[in-house]
Design a binder for this molecule. Structure first.
Ligand SMILES: Cc1cc2nc3c(=O)[nH]c(=O)nc-3n(C[C@H](O)[C@H](O)[C@H](O)COP(=O)(O)OP(=O)(O)OC[C@H]3O[C@@H](n4cnc5c(N)ncnc54)[C@H](O)[C@@H]3O)c2cc1C
Length: 629
């Protein structure tokens, strides 16, 4: 039995970010290579996606959580009721080929946000199709491209990313799956993977696995890993389905959330030869290649969290407007005082504002990152000398460096901060619902269970923070990337310094911007003093500080636009959008006044340079009961 749809999205907000804040209709759409896209087609696409999310995906959200997936005795996997029919509709409606329609990457964001928000487990089944197709197109031979790309690009065949093994989680270099080179140049795979999302099912006639493995004789560690493309069924010469390629599901993980997604333990080559195709011509560069897929998955993880957190927030707001409890603070002792909807209580509003500002801030952050991806792709697709506008090669190179640099810098921040805040938003949504939020009568407890994995997969959030500090920002050494990022924010701060309504908030942002810069210098100092460990101990707090400065910046940017619109509305007399724009201003003011100050606490603890984490050996944590046996 299907449930009612519980997913909620405010298209007005999504359109604000795309058109009013980032002005994609003026700066991106309608020009090469996106000539065929404009504001109307984008709006139409978003409405179609919202209808599909509400009418088709949403109603299976709660029922698929109850149904879950089961491994049958014959080795096949049963998915939740209704998933096959939903998949057929998804493909028939063309959503499976979303990435191939030539649309800019940023247009995929609202659609993905809605689909992942409405039914994250279901959406996982098409999650890697586009990125694996792109990876094969980028690195694979023509033969490999012919074999897989079209099928993957349309989601006719599904895709999985296979990295994790029992001894190789964060420690990817420990992978033990082996590839044995054959005389004819092909490889046979032998080994097992665990925790593989959407790893085994029959929604599609074939599944293609991107597998990290070690060719026999290759060096240990990450530098000995190669990437293989492994179909569940062999592909015939005419592109059809051939013989079984001996990929088996050994077990399904029993997990906290995402019950509709079959998270599989897989074996390769245990029941017979499992043929694998090396990606490209070189061995031992697999991890580098896989980063193409992984970086997209990290951005998608951010959208994953955003979609669910946004719906959790809107559910909480709806509940708070309808639930009547208590009277006004000043009438607490008057039994005849009118009872109020809880949305009137200040603490409930505090929670709603925290959710609202974080959801809106994370959305702006993720869409901004996606915009830089689209702009870089546009510059690469249309060389300067063929572009309609006069653009020289040097200017193109500078613009590309800026877009690529910001994408690099913001990817770990999107992955880690958006997923952590989605968890916080889900927790607050439960709190707003009170006891009902803890029951399965309301969707918010499921959001929390479904969201938690986002901080763990695609590299845990600590791995993102370490990546930011070590790889993106060179352990505090002089960084042109940080200067570029800081420069853009300082420009906004300067422009906002005499803003009639928001000058105070801009000044607070200026003070907060000093913090990540100081933290960065501190990392360099610690490294020079031989205390590099401290830089890693503070990496998560550094990432959070960068994220909160960025969110405050983007929320203020939106608030400036909203303030201008309110002035225009005032003179035109149209009132409909007034609460929306007032809400944008309050989101920014709340975030700057209540969340941003936390950054100074982190800065203070970094100044303290407390070394307790360096001194705390395992012995102080472990229980001592054995001593008394
Ligand atoms: C539902 C689900 C779906 C998944 N889907 C996929 C998938 O499709 N494909 C796939 O390949 N994998 C998948 N994974 C695996 C996931 O990517 C791993 O769980 C994740 O990378 C963490 O590895 P681990 O579980 O072994 O944890 P560990 O690596 O053991 O980490 C445990 C803790 O220790 C910390 N830690 C580890 N190493 C360090 C270090 N050097 N320094 C500081 N702290 C450290 C971590 O941050 C974490 O907090 C999935 C997992 C789950 C649960």
């Amino acid at each position: 039995m299907n449930d009612r749809n519980v997913y909620r999205v405010d298209l007005r907000e999504l359109e604000f970010v795309l058109f009013e804040q980032f002005r994609i209709d003026q700066d991106l759409l309608g020009r090469a290579p996106y000539q065929q896209f404009d504001a109307d087609t984008t709006r139409q696409m978003m409405r179609l996606a919202r209808d599909f999310a509400y009418q088709e995906m949403g109603p299976l959200y709660q029922s698929s959580d109850r149904d879950g997936c089961t491994l049958r005795a014959d080795g096949t996997v049963r998915l939740p009721d209704g998933y096959q029919a939903l998949w057929n509709k998804y493909i028939a409606a063309g959503w499976g080929a979303m990435g191939t329609a030539g649309a800019p990457y940023v247009l995929g964001m609202p659609i993905l946000e809605m689909f992942l928000g409405a039914n994250p487990s279901f959406t996982c089944y098409s999650g890697f199709c586009g990125s694996l197709a792109e990876m094969i197109r980028t690195f694979g031979s023509v033969a490999l491209q012919d074999m897989f790309c079209d099928k993957l690009a349309t989601s006719a065949w599904s895709a999985c990313m296979c990295i994790t093994e029992p001894g190789a989680g964060s420690d990817v270099g420990n992978i033990g799956t082996r590839a044995v080179r054959q005389d004819d140049g092909s490889y046979l795979l032998q080994g097992g993977k665990i925790f593989i999302s959407a790893g085994y099912h029959d929604l599609t006639e074939n599944t293609v696995y991107a597998v990290l493995a070690r060719v026999q004789g290759a060096p240990g560690g990450t530098l000995g890993l190669s990437c293989f493309v492994v179909p569940r069924y062999a592909v015939t010469a005419d592109g059809g389905i051939g013989a079984d390629n001996h990929v088996r599901c050994v077990r399904l993980e029993q997990k906290m959330g995402l019950h509709g997604c079959a998270t599989a333990q897989l074996s390769f080559g245990d029941s017979g030869p499992c043929r694998a195709y090396l990606l490209g011509e070189k061995e031992n560069i697999g991890l580098r290649q896989l980063f193409l897929m992984m970086n997209q998955a990290r951005i998608s993880t951010g959208i994953f969290g955003l979609g669910m957190a946004s719906s959790a927030y809107l559910n909480a707001a709806e509940y708070a407007a309808g639930r009547v409890q208590g009277s006004g603070l000043r009438q607490s002792f008057n039994p005849r005082a009118p009872r109020l909807p809880i949305i009137e209580h200040h603490d409930v509003r505090r929670m709603l504002l925290e959710m609202k500002s974080k959801v809106e801030g994370c959305r702006a952050l993720i869409y901004k990152l996606a915009l830089h991806v689209s702009q870089a792709q546009a510059l690469r697709a249309v060389p300067a000398h063929t572009a309609a506008c006069a653009r020289d090669d040097a200017a193109t190179a500078v613009a590309l460096r800026r877009h690529d640099g910001l994408v690099n810098l913001l990817t770990p921040i999107v992955k880690a901060y958006a997923s952590d805040q989605a968890w916080r938003v889900a927790e607050l949504a439960i709190q707003v619902h009170g006891g009902y939020g803890y029951t399965s009568d309301y969707p918010v407890e499921q959001y929390a269970r479904d969201i938690k994995i986002l901080a763990i997969w695609e590299g845990t959030n600590y791995i993102q923070a370490a990546d930011l500090v070590r790889d993106k920002l060179a352990m505090g050494k002089e960084s042109t990337l940080l200067r570029l990022y800081e420069g853009e924010i300082r420009q906004s701060i300067a422009a906002g310094a005499d803003h009639g309504l928001l000058h105070h908030e801009f000044s607070r942002l200026g003070e907060a911007m000093d913090v990540p810069c100081a933290m960065h210098r501190r990392c360099a100092a610690w490294t020079a003093q031989g205390k590099m460990e401290l830089a890693f101990a503070f990496a998560t707090r550094f990432l959070e500080s960068m994220a909160e400065v960025t969110l405050a910046w983007l929320l203020l940017d939106a608030a400036v636009i909203a303030a201008r619109r309110l002035r225009e509305i005032g003179s035109a007399g149209a009132q409909d959008d007034t609460p929306f724009y007032r809400g944008k201003i309050l989101s920014a003011q709340f975030f700057v006044g209540n969340q941003l100050p936390m950054i100074h606490g982190r800065a203070r603890s970094m100044e303290e340079a407390d070394e307790s984490v360096l001194q705390a050996d395992a012995g102080i944590f472990l229980e001592r009961s054995q001593l008394y046996v």
